[in-house]
Design a binder for this molecule. Structure first.
Ligand SMILES: *Cc1c(COP(=O)(O)O)cnc(C)c1O
Length: 227
């Protein structure tokens, strides 16, 4: 299957689940995750109409952002773990950071966001399955971090992101996904800028949309397995 065909299949799936779950059409955005994939793969996705891309590694991501700098319709999301010594290139080149999980990182991103660019869109990453190996804050810490981020002039708090522990059964997948949906509703009530709940990958796409995701992050199902 070509990248264009895979994209069409995913978009059809998203639309089908939106309908089944009684959600409005186009309420779920598709982020194409391109880590380890060459620029030729991204070119094919752009050709097929895709505009939003997610990258996990700073150096690799920046090279791709720069390669496509002539195309101002593209939206670049940083979705990997971010160390504080790497915040400047991310603040300079990306439009979104989905993995903010401490104030120090948020503060640096705000300070380092260039004045000639719009504020950087950020999501707070929640460690919803409480895994030691995963980044993200505990749900109880959400409001405290949100309050600090809301005060930063060069960031816009847009919502939440999570990578739940992989589960193969939909019922098991929905446990963490519905907990995220509750947190998202609570945050949305308090901040008018909040509109994005980023959850759902190739293997839990359907459950995530059923549970209220507004942005799914899909790599493998579009571009094939990574090396
Ligand atoms: C790699 C990655 C994805 C995409 O995962 P697939 O299973 O390939 O769809 C989504 N989100 C994050 C944070 C990732 O690192």
């Amino acid at each position: 299957m070509s990248i264009a065909q895979n994209l069409a299949t995913i978009k059809q799936k998203i639309e089908q689940v939106e309908n089944q779950a009684n959600r409005p059409q186009n309420s779920v955005k598709l982020l194409a995750v391109t880590k380890t994939k060459p620029v030729t793969a991204i070119e094919q996705a752009i050709e097929a109409g895709q505009r939003c891309f997610g990258e996990n590694y700073v150096q690799e991501g920046i090279e791709k952002v720069q390669y496509f700098a002539g195309n101002d319709q593209l939206e670049w999301h940083f979705i990997g773990a971010l160390q504080s010594n790497k915040t400047r290139p991310v603040a300079t080149h990306f439009d979104w950071v989905q993995t903010v999980d401490r104030f120090k990182i948020a503060q640096r991103l705000s300070e380092q966001r260039p004045d000639d660019l719009p504020p950087l869109n950020v999501l707070i990453q929640i460690n919803i399955s409480d895994e030691n190996s995963k980044s993200g804050i505990a749900p109880e810490e959400m409001f405290a971090l949100a309050e600090q981020i809301a005060d930063l002039p060069r960031l816009t708090l847009r919502g939440l992101m999570a990578i739940p522990k992989p589960e193969s059964e939909p019922e098991a997948q929905r446990v963490a996904l519905s907990q995220m949906a509750i947190l998202f509703e609570q945050l949305k009530e308090k901040y008018t800028s909040v509109d994005i709940l980023s959850m759902g990958m190739s293997d839990d796409l359907v459950s995530a949309i059923e549970c209220g995701s507004t942005m799914v992050r899909i790599g493998t199902a579009i571009f094939g397995a990574r090396d």
